[in-house]
Design a binder for this molecule. Structure first.
Ligand code: COA
Length: 260
Protein backbone atom coordinates (compact mmCIF):
# COMPACT_ATOMS: atom_id res chain seq x y z
CA UNK A 1 0.00 0.00 0.00
CA UNK A 2 1.65 3.22 -1.17
CA UNK A 3 0.01 6.58 -0.60
CA UNK A 4 1.24 10.11 -1.21
CA UNK A 5 -0.25 11.73 1.89
CA UNK A 6 -0.31 9.02 4.54
CA UNK A 7 1.98 6.35 5.99
CA UNK A 8 0.81 2.96 7.21
CA UNK A 9 2.53 0.49 9.49
CA UNK A 10 1.08 -2.76 10.76
CA UNK A 11 2.51 -4.35 13.90
CA UNK A 12 0.97 -6.97 16.16
CA UNK A 13 -2.41 -6.54 14.43
CA UNK A 14 -2.45 -2.79 15.07
CA UNK A 15 -2.42 -0.57 11.97
CA UNK A 16 -1.05 2.93 12.56
CA UNK A 17 -2.15 5.39 9.89
CA UNK A 18 -0.12 8.61 9.95
CA UNK A 19 -1.30 11.66 8.05
CA UNK A 20 1.90 12.84 6.49
CA UNK A 21 1.94 16.43 5.23
CA UNK A 22 3.91 18.00 8.10
CA UNK A 23 4.88 21.07 6.04
CA UNK A 24 1.15 21.91 5.85
CA UNK A 25 0.46 20.76 9.43
CA UNK A 26 -1.16 17.63 7.93
CA UNK A 27 -4.07 19.65 6.51
CA UNK A 28 -6.71 17.46 4.89
CA UNK A 29 -6.50 18.02 1.15
CA UNK A 30 -9.03 16.18 -1.01
CA UNK A 31 -6.25 13.78 -2.03
CA UNK A 32 -5.47 13.09 1.65
CA UNK A 33 -9.14 12.32 2.32
CA UNK A 34 -9.13 9.92 -0.66
CA UNK A 35 -5.91 8.23 0.57
CA UNK A 36 -7.35 7.87 4.08
CA UNK A 37 -10.64 6.51 2.88
CA UNK A 38 -9.04 3.96 0.52
CA UNK A 39 -6.52 2.86 3.15
CA UNK A 40 -9.12 2.42 5.88
CA UNK A 41 -11.32 0.40 3.52
CA UNK A 42 -8.40 -1.95 2.84
CA UNK A 43 -7.40 -2.16 6.51
CA UNK A 44 -11.01 -3.01 7.35
CA UNK A 45 -10.78 -6.06 5.06
CA UNK A 46 -7.29 -7.04 6.22
CA UNK A 47 -7.53 -9.97 8.64
CA UNK A 48 -4.10 -9.12 10.07
CA UNK A 49 -5.53 -5.87 11.46
CA UNK A 50 -7.74 -5.69 14.54
CA UNK A 51 -7.38 -2.04 15.64
CA UNK A 52 -6.55 1.13 13.71
CA UNK A 53 -4.76 4.12 15.25
CA UNK A 54 -4.91 7.47 13.42
CA UNK A 55 -2.23 10.06 14.12
CA UNK A 56 -0.34 12.95 12.49
CA UNK A 57 3.30 13.17 11.50
CA UNK A 58 5.70 15.53 13.27
CA UNK A 59 5.41 16.99 16.74
CA UNK A 60 3.20 19.95 15.94
CA UNK A 61 -0.04 18.78 14.41
CA UNK A 62 -2.52 15.94 14.26
CA UNK A 63 -4.41 17.73 11.46
CA UNK A 64 -4.74 21.55 11.28
CA UNK A 65 -8.02 21.35 9.38
CA UNK A 66 -9.30 20.92 5.87
CA UNK A 67 -6.89 22.39 3.31
CA UNK A 68 -8.08 26.01 3.13
CA UNK A 69 -6.16 26.69 -0.10
CA UNK A 70 -8.30 24.14 -1.96
CA UNK A 71 -11.75 25.51 -1.18
CA UNK A 72 -11.06 29.25 -1.03
CA UNK A 73 -12.86 29.82 -4.37
CA UNK A 74 -15.66 27.27 -4.03
CA UNK A 75 -19.30 28.03 -4.86
CA UNK A 76 -22.34 27.13 -2.72
CA UNK A 77 -22.80 23.88 -4.64
CA UNK A 78 -19.11 22.94 -4.49
CA UNK A 79 -19.00 23.65 -0.76
CA UNK A 80 -21.96 21.38 -0.06
CA UNK A 81 -20.47 18.69 -2.30
CA UNK A 82 -17.11 18.87 -0.47
CA UNK A 83 -18.83 18.29 2.87
CA UNK A 84 -21.15 15.54 1.57
CA UNK A 85 -18.39 13.56 -0.14
CA UNK A 86 -16.02 13.85 2.81
CA UNK A 87 -18.66 12.83 5.32
CA UNK A 88 -19.72 9.80 3.34
CA UNK A 89 -16.34 8.53 2.17
CA UNK A 90 -14.38 9.07 5.38
CA UNK A 91 -15.95 10.53 8.51
CA UNK A 92 -19.18 8.49 8.64
CA UNK A 93 -17.31 5.48 7.28
CA UNK A 94 -14.83 5.55 10.19
CA UNK A 95 -17.57 6.08 12.77
CA UNK A 96 -19.43 3.00 11.53
CA UNK A 97 -16.41 0.75 11.02
CA UNK A 98 -16.62 -2.60 12.83
CA UNK A 99 -12.95 -2.38 13.79
CA UNK A 100 -12.06 0.10 16.54
CA UNK A 101 -10.41 3.30 15.32
CA UNK A 102 -8.57 5.38 17.94
CA UNK A 103 -7.33 8.92 17.34
CA UNK A 104 -3.90 9.62 18.85
CA UNK A 105 -3.93 13.44 18.82
CA UNK A 106 -0.30 14.55 18.79
CA UNK A 107 -0.75 18.32 18.32
CA UNK A 108 -3.19 20.76 16.69
CA UNK A 109 -6.54 19.11 15.89
CA UNK A 110 -8.49 21.93 14.30
CA UNK A 111 -11.54 22.08 12.06
CA UNK A 112 -11.57 18.95 9.89
CA UNK A 113 -8.75 17.59 12.08
CA UNK A 114 -10.88 17.63 15.22
CA UNK A 115 -13.82 16.36 13.16
CA UNK A 116 -11.67 13.44 12.00
CA UNK A 117 -10.65 12.69 15.60
CA UNK A 118 -14.32 12.90 16.66
CA UNK A 119 -15.35 10.42 13.97
CA UNK A 120 -12.94 7.92 15.56
CA UNK A 121 -14.36 5.70 18.31
CA UNK A 122 -12.39 7.49 21.03
CA UNK A 123 -9.43 9.79 21.48
CA UNK A 124 -6.12 9.98 23.35
CA UNK A 125 -4.15 13.26 23.30
CA UNK A 126 -0.61 14.33 24.05
CA UNK A 127 -0.17 17.19 26.55
CA UNK A 128 0.75 19.68 23.83
CA UNK A 129 -2.41 19.02 21.79
CA UNK A 130 -4.79 21.88 21.08
CA UNK A 131 -8.31 21.37 19.79
CA UNK A 132 -10.91 23.60 18.23
CA UNK A 133 -13.44 24.17 15.46
CA UNK A 134 -12.36 27.58 14.11
CA UNK A 135 -14.49 27.53 10.93
CA UNK A 136 -16.60 30.60 11.83
CA UNK A 137 -13.36 32.62 11.85
CA UNK A 138 -13.18 31.78 8.12
CA UNK A 139 -16.85 32.59 7.48
CA UNK A 140 -17.83 28.90 7.51
CA UNK A 141 -19.27 26.32 9.84
CA UNK A 142 -17.84 22.84 10.46
CA UNK A 143 -18.74 20.62 7.48
CA UNK A 144 -17.38 17.19 8.36
CA UNK A 145 -19.85 16.43 11.14
CA UNK A 146 -18.49 18.83 13.78
CA UNK A 147 -21.81 20.48 14.61
CA UNK A 148 -23.27 17.02 15.35
CA UNK A 149 -20.42 15.10 17.00
CA UNK A 150 -19.04 17.88 19.24
CA UNK A 151 -22.35 18.36 21.16
CA UNK A 152 -22.73 14.56 21.39
CA UNK A 153 -19.32 14.36 23.05
CA UNK A 154 -19.19 17.47 25.24
CA UNK A 155 -22.79 18.73 25.49
CA UNK A 156 -24.68 21.45 23.63
CA UNK A 157 -23.63 24.49 25.67
CA UNK A 158 -19.91 23.79 25.50
CA UNK A 159 -20.13 22.94 21.80
CA UNK A 160 -22.03 26.18 21.10
CA UNK A 161 -19.32 28.17 22.90
CA UNK A 162 -16.40 26.35 21.23
CA UNK A 163 -17.88 26.70 17.74
CA UNK A 164 -19.08 30.32 18.14
CA UNK A 165 -15.82 31.59 19.69
CA UNK A 166 -13.62 29.53 17.33
CA UNK A 167 -11.35 29.15 20.36
CA UNK A 168 -8.86 26.35 20.96
CA UNK A 169 -8.89 24.30 24.15
CA UNK A 170 -5.92 22.55 25.75
CA UNK A 171 -5.57 18.78 26.04
CA UNK A 172 -6.38 18.98 29.77
CA UNK A 173 -9.56 20.99 29.11
CA UNK A 174 -10.49 18.49 26.40
CA UNK A 175 -10.15 15.72 28.98
CA UNK A 176 -12.33 17.59 31.48
CA UNK A 177 -14.95 18.03 28.72
CA UNK A 178 -14.86 14.30 27.84
CA UNK A 179 -13.56 15.06 24.34
CA UNK A 180 -10.45 12.95 24.92
CA UNK A 181 -10.18 10.01 27.29
CA UNK A 182 -6.52 10.35 28.29
CA UNK A 183 -3.70 12.91 28.17
CA UNK A 184 -0.13 11.62 28.09
CA UNK A 185 3.36 12.99 27.32
CA UNK A 186 3.94 13.29 23.58
CA UNK A 187 6.75 10.71 23.56
CA UNK A 188 4.39 8.15 25.14
CA UNK A 189 1.33 8.81 22.99
CA UNK A 190 1.60 5.91 20.55
CA UNK A 191 2.82 3.39 23.13
CA UNK A 192 0.00 4.35 25.50
CA UNK A 193 -2.58 4.09 22.70
CA UNK A 194 -1.18 0.68 21.65
CA UNK A 195 -1.61 -0.59 25.22
CA UNK A 196 -5.32 0.26 24.98
CA UNK A 197 -5.46 -1.41 21.54
CA UNK A 198 -3.95 -4.58 23.05
CA UNK A 199 -6.58 -4.58 25.81
CA UNK A 200 -9.30 -4.35 23.14
CA UNK A 201 -7.72 -7.17 21.13
CA UNK A 202 -8.07 -9.60 24.04
CA UNK A 203 -11.82 -9.49 23.42
CA UNK A 204 -14.09 -10.96 20.75
CA UNK A 205 -13.88 -8.95 17.48
CA UNK A 206 -17.46 -9.71 16.35
CA UNK A 207 -18.81 -8.56 19.71
CA UNK A 208 -16.71 -5.39 19.54
CA UNK A 209 -18.14 -4.58 16.10
CA UNK A 210 -21.66 -5.09 17.42
CA UNK A 211 -20.94 -2.93 20.50
CA UNK A 212 -19.80 -0.08 18.21
CA UNK A 213 -22.99 -0.49 16.16
CA UNK A 214 -25.27 -0.49 19.21
CA UNK A 215 -23.57 2.53 20.82
CA UNK A 216 -23.73 4.48 17.53
CA UNK A 217 -27.44 3.64 17.16
CA UNK A 218 -28.15 5.90 20.15
CA UNK A 219 -27.08 8.88 18.04
CA UNK A 220 -28.79 7.98 14.77
CA UNK A 221 -32.05 9.69 13.81
CA UNK A 222 -34.98 7.32 13.61
CA UNK A 223 -33.13 4.43 15.27
CA UNK A 224 -34.02 2.89 18.58
CA UNK A 225 -30.67 1.99 20.15
CA UNK A 226 -32.30 -0.50 22.53
CA UNK A 227 -33.69 -2.44 19.54
CA UNK A 228 -30.27 -2.44 17.87
CA UNK A 229 -28.75 -3.68 21.12
CA UNK A 230 -31.29 -6.52 21.45
CA UNK A 231 -30.70 -7.67 17.84
CA UNK A 232 -26.90 -7.40 18.11
CA UNK A 233 -26.88 -9.15 21.49
CA UNK A 234 -28.82 -12.04 19.95
CA UNK A 235 -26.47 -12.25 16.96
CA UNK A 236 -23.48 -12.71 19.26
CA UNK A 237 -25.01 -16.01 20.45
CA UNK A 238 -24.53 -17.41 16.94
CA UNK A 239 -20.75 -16.95 16.93
CA UNK A 240 -17.91 -19.37 17.67
CA UNK A 241 -16.35 -16.62 19.80
CA UNK A 242 -19.37 -16.66 22.14
CA UNK A 243 -18.95 -20.44 22.61
CA UNK A 244 -15.21 -19.94 23.15
CA UNK A 245 -15.66 -17.02 25.57
CA UNK A 246 -18.18 -18.77 27.78
CA UNK A 247 -16.41 -22.17 27.61
CA UNK A 248 -13.05 -20.59 28.50
CA UNK A 249 -14.65 -18.84 31.49
CA UNK A 250 -16.18 -22.09 32.75
CA UNK A 251 -12.91 -23.98 32.16
CA UNK A 252 -10.98 -21.19 33.96
CA UNK A 253 -8.67 -20.52 31.00
CA UNK A 254 -7.96 -17.59 28.69
CA UNK A 255 -10.26 -17.34 25.66
CA UNK A 256 -8.72 -17.62 22.19
CA UNK A 257 -10.96 -15.60 19.90
CA UNK A 258 -10.90 -16.06 16.12
CA UNK A 259 -13.45 -13.44 15.07
CA UNK A 260 -15.87 -16.10 13.85
N1 COA B 1 -5.05 24.49 5.28
C1 COA B 1 -4.02 24.76 4.46
N2 COA B 1 -2.77 25.02 4.91
C2 COA B 1 -2.59 25.05 6.25
C3 COA B 1 -3.62 24.81 7.16
C4 COA B 1 -4.90 24.51 6.63
N3 COA B 1 -5.94 24.23 7.40
N4 COA B 1 -3.13 24.91 8.42
C5 COA B 1 -1.83 25.21 8.29
N5 COA B 1 -1.49 25.29 6.98
C6 COA B 1 -0.18 25.61 6.39
C7 COA B 1 0.14 27.09 6.50
O1 COA B 1 -0.45 27.79 5.43
C8 COA B 1 1.65 27.05 6.40
O2 COA B 1 2.03 26.84 5.04
P1 COA B 1 3.19 27.72 4.36
O3 COA B 1 4.41 27.40 5.19
O4 COA B 1 3.27 27.20 2.96
O5 COA B 1 2.77 29.14 4.49
C9 COA B 1 2.02 25.79 7.16
O6 COA B 1 0.84 24.97 7.16
C10 COA B 1 2.42 26.04 8.60
O7 COA B 1 1.38 26.77 9.23
P2 COA B 1 1.60 28.16 10.01
O8 COA B 1 0.29 28.88 10.04
O9 COA B 1 2.77 28.87 9.47
O10 COA B 1 1.95 27.60 11.47
P3 COA B 1 1.76 28.39 12.85
O11 COA B 1 2.49 27.58 13.87
O12 COA B 1 2.09 29.81 12.72
O13 COA B 1 0.18 28.30 13.16
C11 COA B 1 -1.97 27.18 13.27
C12 COA B 1 -0.43 27.06 13.40
C13 COA B 1 -2.55 25.80 13.37
C14 COA B 1 -2.50 28.05 14.42
C15 COA B 1 -2.32 27.85 11.92
O14 COA B 1 -1.64 27.14 10.89
C16 COA B 1 -3.79 27.85 11.59
O15 COA B 1 -4.54 28.63 12.16
N6 COA B 1 -4.21 26.98 10.65
C17 COA B 1 -5.56 26.94 10.15
C18 COA B 1 -6.50 26.32 11.17
C19 COA B 1 -7.92 26.34 10.67
O16 COA B 1 -8.56 27.37 10.52
N7 COA B 1 -8.44 25.14 10.39
C20 COA B 1 -9.81 24.97 9.97
C21 COA B 1 -9.89 24.84 8.52
S1 COA B 1 -11.56 24.60 7.99
Amino acid sequence: MNYKNILISIEEKIATVTINRPEKLNALSKATITDLSEAIKLLNKNEDVRVIILTGSGEKAFVAGADISEFANYTVVEGAQLAAEGQESLFDYIENLKKPVIAAINGFALGGGLELAMACHFRVASVNAKMGLPEVSLGLIPGYGGTQRLPQLIGKGRAMEMIMTAAMISAEEAKQYGLVNHVVPQTELLTFTSVIAHKIMKNAPFAIGKAIKAINANFEDGKNGFDTEIKSFGECFGTEDFKEGTTAFLEKRKAEFTGK
